[in-house]
Design a protein around this ligand. Structure first.
Ligand SMILES: *Cc1c(COP(=O)(O)O)cnc(C)c1O
Length: 521
């Protein structure tokens, strides 16, 4: 391999260097990291005085054996967690094209505001007279969510999209029970996110699948034919998981309501239409909003999710406690169904306390810093970015619905890989060698070998062009059957390709080569 004058390997497609065993087990800045229990050697990072409390005061509950916590110095603890954090791929380290998941930038302003002591140090059991500012934040956020969606009510406590789906279906179940009916069936399109049928089943309904049309939209005629007195609701995603707007949605809502059923919308893709379309105007009865997608709060390992659910007039009365009401002495959270205002029939509660306060603060910061026009522009830019990717790659990759524009995500299938021996998985793994997190693979299920790319509005044109260049080159090489990059990829990641099922079910976490031990043997 030749090197350029900056010591970087030059050229592409050359053989990878033979692996050189290192003495330490680390490879350059790629550190192997064991469990903290393997690293512990008895030292402690802090000096604590001996415990002075007598056994009598502890009621004989004093621990007799050592607790077995690992002992490390402070720098060792810091290094352990910093090294682990460097093994993560994050939106802060690179473009994260995971379709449906909306990995958009988490603005630092959000973090700054959430860390203000008045927000960061709140306790959920603090007297409400002392938390009026926090209740104002919740109230303002509710106002933004109901205004943007054109819905009269919102339940703030659900802690993720899937939790919001459950909240919506429990409200629907309560509304149906209040009518003295039993409706056991829920209709879900085949392109739905897995959480939709899972939630319906968890809430005690049976799931009936509705097919898609060749243009990637739900088959409205097939859906209407399935409606009947035993149907509680439909669950539809709009824009759907193919990145397409469901054009017949108003017509579908009308038919659903005529059949006495409710319309649940999976709002995970609201980031494509926020500020442009009000779901309430489409006839939707309940919709969750993933604050960690549309409103830029961190996901998963970066922080808890939050999935408030907006509710139509038909469902508003069944919203779970706590309920936020304005009273003589300011805002008040009603924690007990018996105290609910006249007409409210809460179905129960979704969780302890009030929801993810830290996410509420961040999401409201995002809204206030963007303004209504900025929220709309973010949606427009997200759609523009996705269409730029679709238009730039559809001639070299295959786009099943690429004849028209998409919404906020571009869907490709694997037909461009036919006869090459390269699969969607190989293609995605080769992206890791290029420093990119793969796109969403094999979802939605309605196209073969799906690759779903969602760039979001956060990426600059330069960033998009670089990404497109890499994918374009990968696709061109795959089609020319130059498959060296793909076979067994990733080649350059800390781990080669794993058996993904075994890695998830039987993870091997312990492994810390100790060079001192090896030298002693
Ligand atoms: C992300 C997502 C969900 C689930 O949301 P979580 O917050 O991950 O629970 C549901 N449906 C769709 C379409 C999604 O993209």
């Amino acid at each position: 391999m030749s090197m350029n004058n900056q010591g970087r390997p030059s050229g592409s497609g050359e053989a990878f260097p033979a692996s050189i065993a290192t003495i330490s087990g680390d490879r350059g800045l790629d550190h192997e990291e064991g469990l903290i229990f393997e690293l512990g050697h008895g030292a402690t990072g802090v000096d604590l005085p001996d415990v002075q409390i007598s056994d009598a005061r502890l009621g004989g509950a004093r621990r007799k054996d050592a607790i077995g916590l690992p002992g490390l110095s402070e720098p060792e603890v810091i290094r352990h967690y910093v090294r682990l954090s460097r093994k993560n791929y994050a939106i802060d380290s690179g473009l994260y094209p995971l379709g449906s998941c909306t990995m958009k930038h988490n603005p630092r302003l959000n973090e700054k505001i959430a860390r203000l002591p008045g927000f960061g140090d709140l306790h959920p059991l603090a007297p409400q007279s002392t938390t009026q500012g926090a209740l104002q934040v919740i109230s303002q956020l509710m106002n933004w969510l109901t205004t943007l969606t054109g819905m009269p009510a919102v339940a703030m406590s659900p802690k993720a999209g899937a939790h919001g789906e459950l909240c919506g279906l429990l409200a629907i179940r309560a509304a149906i029970a209040a009518r003295g009916e039993t409706r056991p069936r829920i209709l879900v399109p085949e392109s739905a996110h897995g959480t939709n049928p899972a939630t319906a089943a968890f809430a005690g309904f049976t799931v009936d699948e509705v097919p898609a049309k060749p243009n990637g939209r739900v088959d409205a005629e097939a859906l209407k034919a399935k409606l009947g007195p035993d149907v509680a609701a439909i669950m539809l995603t709009n824009p759907n998981t193919c990145g397409l707007f469901e054009g017949e949605i108003v017509d579908i809502a009308k038919a659903v309501h005529e059949a006495g059923a409710y319309f649940y919308c999976d709002g995970a893709n609201f980031n494509a239409i926020a500020g442009k379309v009000r779901p309430g105007d489409l006839g939707i009865d309940a919709m969750h909003i993933n604050l960690h997608k549309t409103f830029s709060t961190p996901h998963g390992g970066g922080g808890p999710g939050s999935g408030p659910v907006v509710l139509s007039e038909r469902l508003a009365a069944y919203a779970p406690i706590p309920l936020l009401v304005a009273g003589e002495n300011g805002l008040r959270l009603i924690e007990d169904a018996a105290d609910a205002p006249y007409g409210a029939k809460p179905f129960g509660r979704m969780c302890a306390f009030h929801g993810q306060m830290g996410m509420f603060t961040r999401a409201l910061t995002y809204m206030l810093s963007h303004g209504r026009d900025g929220v709309r522009q973010a949606s427009e830019d997200a759609v523009l970015s996705a269409n730029y990717i679709l238009a730039s790659l559809k001639d070299v990759m295959s786009a099943p619905f690429g004849d028209g524009p998409c919404m906020h995500e571009a869907l490709f299938d694997d037909s461009f890989l036919e006869g090459t021996g390269v699969t969607t998985l190989d293609f995605a793994k080769a992206m890791i060698d290029e420093g990119y997190h793969p796109m969403t693979m094999y979802f939605p299920l309605v196209v073969h070998g799906a690759m779903l790319i969602e760039p979001t509005e956060s990426e600059s044109k330069y960033s998009l062009d670089r990404f497109i260049h890499v994918l374009h080159t990968l696709a061109t090489e795959a089609r020319a059957k130059q498959t060296a990059r793909f076979a067994g990829a990733p080649h350059l990641a800390p781990r080669r390709r794993l058996d993904e099922t075994a890695a998830a079910r039987k993870p091997v976490l312990r492994w810390r080569p100790n060079p001192l031990k090896a030298a002693a043997e």
